[in-house]
Design a protein around this ligand. Structure first.
Ligand code: NAP
Length: 282
């Protein structure tokens, strides 16, 4: 598959070639780290109410010389706020915390199927979009049944589904299910979040040596060639820079296959968070 310089969504908006993840990036050091990323060229910042850093994201944007319309802020609805009214309120609260007038993209963070209120949450996002609080709406960690239920209930298809994708859990079926419905997949924890060892896996290291690239660049290039938008967290300037340049080579299909073969199925998830069971209420 060819490399994607950007990703066009079903509502016409365009994502750049990479997003900056922000788990554990907070406070004053966080402001500096994300400012560095913007200086390097990152334009999409992925945040969430659960990351306790919406204030930091707003501060970065206020201090930046980059125009607001050139920065893409993507945020997420916490599981404790799936009720329609609560969802609208937390979106407004998150905007107050960031000091922004709108989010460029906003996702239902987890479906929480046992709680069973994700259709209400989705209806709230649809209305928040109408009110101008959100430009693009999407979901995260939604399985095909969850996607079908919200689409049937509302007639509105999410623009993106942000899901776990990394070499030990390549999530190929869900990527396929997303694309069948015209939904772009976004990859969370593509580098294994320093929980698993994908960055020092022998196959990845061999491929990195062959192309004279870093293991992170190899994995991001693989994610991109799966047709997936990669979101990578780094507050380290050197990592941010090299990660940003992950597109200036192209993995051969034989090497993509080698990385595909590292998949361990369910056992490969970084923290065993299967969306059918995992409930996120924070
Ligand atoms: N929707 C969801 O449910 C969900 C779940 C999890 C994550 N996410 C989003 O996805 C983002 C990415 O996932 P993640 O933060 O879990 O993990 P990740 O991006 O897979 O891995 C981040 C780790 O890799 C290190 N790293 C980054 N670049 C590196 C490089 N070039 N060489 C060596 N190490 C490198 C980082 O350390 P340094 O900072 O020191 O570089 C950090 O410890 C999150 O930050 C968040 O925005 C969403």
């Amino acid at each position: 598959m060819a490399l994607n310089n950007n990703f066009e969504l079903n509502d016409g908006s365009i994502l750049p070639h990479v997003g900056l993840g922000t788990v554990n990036i907070q406070g004053g050091t966080g402001v500096n780290a994300v400012q560095n990323a913007l200086d390097i060229g990152y334009r999409l910042i992925d945040t969430s109410t659960n990351y306790n850093n919406e204030g930091m994201v707003g501060e970065v944007i206020r201090r930046s010389h980059i125009a607001r319309e050139d920065i893409y802020v993507s945020a997420k609805l916490p599981g404790s706020n799936h009720d329609y009214d609560k969802a609208i309120h937390i979106i407004q609260e998150s905007l107050y915390r960031t000091g922004l007038d709108y989010f460029d993209k906003y996702l239902v963070h987890w479906p929480n199927p046992k709680q069973g209120k994700y259709v209400d949450a989705w209806k709230a996002l649809i209305d928040a979009q109408k009110y101008g609080l959100i430009k693009t709406i999407g979901v995260s960690n939604f399985m095909p049944e969850h996607l079908d239920r919200i689409i049937e209930a509302t007639g509105v298809t999410p623009a993106t589904n942000q899901i776990e994708i990394q070499p030990y859990f390549n999530n190929k079926n869900l990527i396929h299910e997303n694309s069948k419905r015209g939904i772009v997949s976004e990859a969370w924890s593509p580098l294994g979040r320093e929980i698993n060892d994908v960055l020092v896996n022998d196959t990845i290291l061999d491929i990195a040596q062959k192309y004279n690239r870093t293991p992170a660049q190899v994995i991001m290039n693989w994610v991109n060639q799966l047709g997936v938008f990669p979101i990578v967290k780094s507050d380290n300037y050197k990592h941010q820079r090299s990660n940003f340049e992950y597109l200036n080579f192209e993995l051969a299909s034989s090497d993509i296959e080698k990385i595909n073969s590292l998949d361990k199925g369910e056992a490969g998830r970084v923290e065993g968070q299967n969306p059918y069971d995992y409930e996120e209420f924070v």
